[in-house]
Write a protein that binds this ligand. Structure first.
Ligand code: SF4
Length: 311
C-alpha cells in the first residue's frame, strides 16, 4: 500500500483567522489544495496548491525581515559578531531583489514549493508593470519597509535588552513547534523568546505591518505554549508585539485569566473547524460547503481569485 500523509485537523491562529475572513479561502488552503504537490494528480488540487504557494510583496518583505533577524541571532549564538549595519540591511534588500527576479523570470516553475512566485506577477497586476515604471515604485515601497524595519530592530532602545541578552537564556528563535489542545496539534512559532535572571519569560513577535486585532491573541497562544513547553508560570510570561516600522512596542501580560480566555477561544474555533472537517486525502469535498466572502474587496489580493471566478 502506498505511503499517504495523514490529513489531520490542526489549529493555528492564522488558520482560525483565514476561516473567519473567508471560508472558501480556508477550503482552498487546507482541503482543496491537499495532495496538489503531486504534479500528476488531480488538476484542480494542483492548481489550488500552486496558488497556495504564491506570496505577495508585503508578505515577502515581512519574511525577509524575519529571516534577517533570525540570522542575526544565530550569528550571536554561534559566537560570531553580528554583521555591520550596512551589510546586514544590504543583504536583506538583495534578497528582496533576488526573490522578485525569480518570480518575474518564472524560475519558480522549477521548484514551486521552494522558489518565490508572486501573486502580483501571476495576475499581471498593474502595480508590477515594469514598462510603466509602477513596478519600481511598488518595489521601492517594500525595499523601504525592509530598511526601516531592520534599522528599527538595531536601534530601538526597547529592544536593547533583547539584543544584548545572553544566548544561554534564549528559549526560541523562529522555531516551529506544537502543543496539544484536546488531542489537536496547535502550532506556535514564537519569533524570539528568552528567560531573564528572575525567571520571567519574554516572548517577542516582530511586526512589519500595521497592528491587527489578532496580534494580542497570537501572544496569548504563545503564552500557552510557554506554560506547556518551558514550564513557565503564566503570571511570569510577558509578550511583546514590536511594530518595527512605527518603532512601537505593545506589551501583553496574559496571566492565568488571559490564558484561560485564549484556551476558550481556541476551543470555540476548533469546534467550528471540526464541524466542517473531512479527510481531504479521501475526497476533495465540496467547495460550495465553504461560502465565498460576500464583500468581494479582499478578493482583489487573494491568491485564489481565478478559482473563485473573482479575477
Ligand atoms: S477570491 Fe475571494 S471568495 Fe475566493 S477565496 Fe479569495 S477571498 Fe475568498
Amino acid at each position: 500500500m502506498a505511503f499517504r500523509i495523514a490529513h489531520e485537523l490542526s489549529w493555528s491562529a492564522s488558520r482560525a483567522s483565514t476561516l473567519a475572513s473567508c471560508p472558501r479561502r480556508y477550503y482552498w488552503d487546507y482541503y482543496g489544495s491537499w495532495l496538489g504537490w503531486d504534479a500528476s494528480g488531480d488538476p484542480e488540487r494542483r492548481q489550488a496548491w500552486l496558488l497556495k504557494k504564491m506570496t505577495r510583496m508585503p508578505m515577502l518583505a515581512g519574511q525577509i525581515v524575519h529571516d534577517a533577524i533570525q540570522r542575526w541571532f544565530e550569528l550571536r549564538r554561534s559566537g560570531g559578531e553580528p554583521p555591520e549595519r550596512e551589510a546586514f540591511i544590504a543583504a536583506a534588500v538583495a534578497e528582496l531583489r533576488r526573490h522578485y527576479k525569480d518570480s518575474r523570470d518564472g524560475k519558480w516553475r522549477q521548484r514551486p514549493a521552494k522558489i518565490t512566485h508572486l501573486a502580483e506577477h501571476h495576475y499581471a497586476e498593474p502595480r508590477i508593470d515594469e514598462g510603466t515604471g509602477e513596478a519600481a515604485t511598488y518595489g521601492a515601497t517594500y525595499r523601504d519597509r525592509i530598511v526601516e524595519s531592520l534599522t528599527a530592530f538595531l536601534e530601538m532602545p526597547e529592544l536593547e535588552e533583547v539584543r544584548s541578552s545572553d544566548p544561554g537564556s534564549w528559549l526560541a528563535c523562529e522555531d516551529m513547534s506544537t502543543f496539544d489542545v484536546e488531542g489537536v496539534k496547535v502550532y506556535a512559532v514564537p519569533d524570539f523568546a528568552w528567560r531573564d535572571a528572575e525567571g520571567v519569560v519574554h516572548i517577542w513577535d516582530w511586526k512589519t505591518g500595521s497592528p491587527r486585532d489578532a496580534d494580542r491573541f497570537q501572544l496569548e497562544v504563545y503564552a500557552g505554549y510557554a506554560r506547556d513547553f518551558w514550564d513557565a508560570d503564566p503570571e511570569r510570561v510577558v509578550g511583546y508585539d514590536a511594530y518595527l516600522r512605527d518603532r512601537r512596542v505593545v506589551e501583553v501580560r496574559p496571566g492565568s485569566a488571559g490564558l484561560e480566555q485564549a484556551y476558550r477561544r481556541i476551543l470555540e474555533s476548533l469546534a467550528e473547524m471540526r464541524a466542517s472537517h473531512f479527510d481531504a486525502g479521501e475526497t476533495a469535498g465540496d467547495p460550495e460547503q465553504f461560502p465565498r466572502v460576500e464583500d468581494a474587496r479582499p478578493c482583489a489580493s487573494c491568491n485564489y481569485r481565478e478559482l473563485c471566478g473573482r479575477g
